[in-house]
Design a protein around this ligand. Structure first.
Ligand SMILES: Nc1ncnc2c1ncn2[C@@H]1O[C@H](COP(=O)(O)OP(=O)(O)O)[C@@H](O)[C@H]1O
Ligand SMILES: N[C@@H](CCOP(=O)(O)O)C(=O)O
Length: 326
């Protein structure tokens, strides 16, 4: 459960008086997510999600992703919308944290994603990338290649307590990725955390995308690589090429990946694996006392990273050759 900050009922009731979303009937902490504190609210007007933004979200970045959700929704990408308080603000402060209320999105995230879900997410990701083209704001990705070494510095001395040799493994990988990270690929607005728990479905039909606090401007194909890692591995750690083909095919029908983007995919997937390995490692080593959170397994991403190191060509992801999908 991710609740780092508790909210007293009377403080919440006071906070909600600033909004026109009805009387508070009940609220409870949500047993999912690892980054922020989330609460499900029931008011006389319906259901809402209250988020208190924690460690990795800078208050100055809130306008970026709260405006992005509004921008995407206007262009047909389904995602929650922030409620405005009576002062017209989309966020304010509660329990000492920046806080926002967004509308509740119907649907469930897929516990066991299949190829149909992967088709849905590939299509939605490409549509999000296209809808983001005229988004006027800019946010550099703090968790792209320049951000990895400072993150590693926080974990390096204790990395081997998680797995022997981990410090050396990450050091070598980081050296390689910093030297080879692509510089000329198409850029745009990316979600940067489009994992299964951030994509809702009603039956097999995608009903919306949630959780935008990592959204930023970065390499578009990096977002595809994040999804390959998050959606296309099985619980036994094997890579499922059928799911990858479904995801890439669906993405390509909306936005064709260039030859250069396709060729870069294995490297981008290694980078994406390292990024999630590092944040998970830091979180695993630093669970705040009293927090209700189950840290995610960093070693899952060591295995994924090793897989991509052995990828010889994009054929391994279900693409026959640059520009063609098998
Ligand atoms: N708009 C929403 N509608 C319905 N449920 C939501 C919504 N936003 C978050 N949730 C629920 O809260 C959980 C955690 O949210 P998430 O944004 O992933 O957390 P975090 O902020 O820690 O990344 C989700 O898995 C989902 O169950
Ligand atoms: N997706 C990240 C963790 C952050 O995501 P959340 O949406 O579950 O809070 C990971 O898997 O490491």
């Amino acid at each position: 459960m991710a609740v780092y900050t508790d909210v007293a009922a009377e403080d919440l009731a006071e906070f909600l008086k600033g909004y026109d979303i009805g009387e508070l009937l009940s609220y409870k902490g949500i047993a999912e997510g690892v980054e922020n504190s989330n609460f499900l609210l029931h008011t006389s007007n319906g259901a809402f999600i209250l988020t208190l933004y924690e460690k990795r979200v800078a208050v100055d970045d809130l306008p970026y992703f709260l405006s992005l959700m509004a921008h995407l929704a206007e262009r047909g990408v389904r995602c929650p919308q922030p409620a405005r308080n009576r002062k017209g603000e989309v966020y304010s402060e509660l329990a000492g944290r920046p806080a926002a209320v967004i509308n509740f999105l119907e649907g469930m995230w897929p516990r066991r994603p299949n190829a149909v879900h992967c088709t849905g997410v590939g299509e939605a990701l490409a549509k999000m990338h296209l809808a983001g083209r005229d988004f006027p704001m800019f946010r550099k990705n703090p968790l792209s290649v320049e951000g990895w070494r400072p993150l590693f510095d926080l974990a390096a001395p204790r990395a081997d307590s998680v797995a022997p040799g981990l410090q050396d493994f990450i050091t070598r990988e980081l050296d390689h990725l910093e030297a080879c990270w692509p510089k000329d690929l198409p850029l745009g607005v990316i979600h940067a955390d489009l994992f299964p728990d951030n994509v809702f479905f009603l039956g097999d039909k995608l009903s919306g995308l949630i959780d935008f606090p990592f959204s930023c401007n970065d390499i578009l194909a990096y977002d595809v690589a994040i999804c390959l890692n998050a959606w296309c591995f099985e619980t036994d750690h094997s890579f499922n090429v059928t799911k990858a083909r479904a995801l890439l095919n669906a993405y390509g029908r909306e936005r064709q990946l260039s030859e250069a983007e396709q060729e870069a995919l294995p490297l981008l997937a290694r980078g994406s694996a390292l990024r999630f390995l590092l944040t998970r490692l830091v979180d695993f080593l630093n669970v705040p006392p009293g927090a209700l959170v189950k840290p995610k397994d960093p070693l899952e991403y060591v295995r994924k990273l090793r897989f991509h190191r052995n990828v010889a060509s994009v054929r391994d992801y279900g693409l026959t050759q640059a520009g063609c999908v098998a």
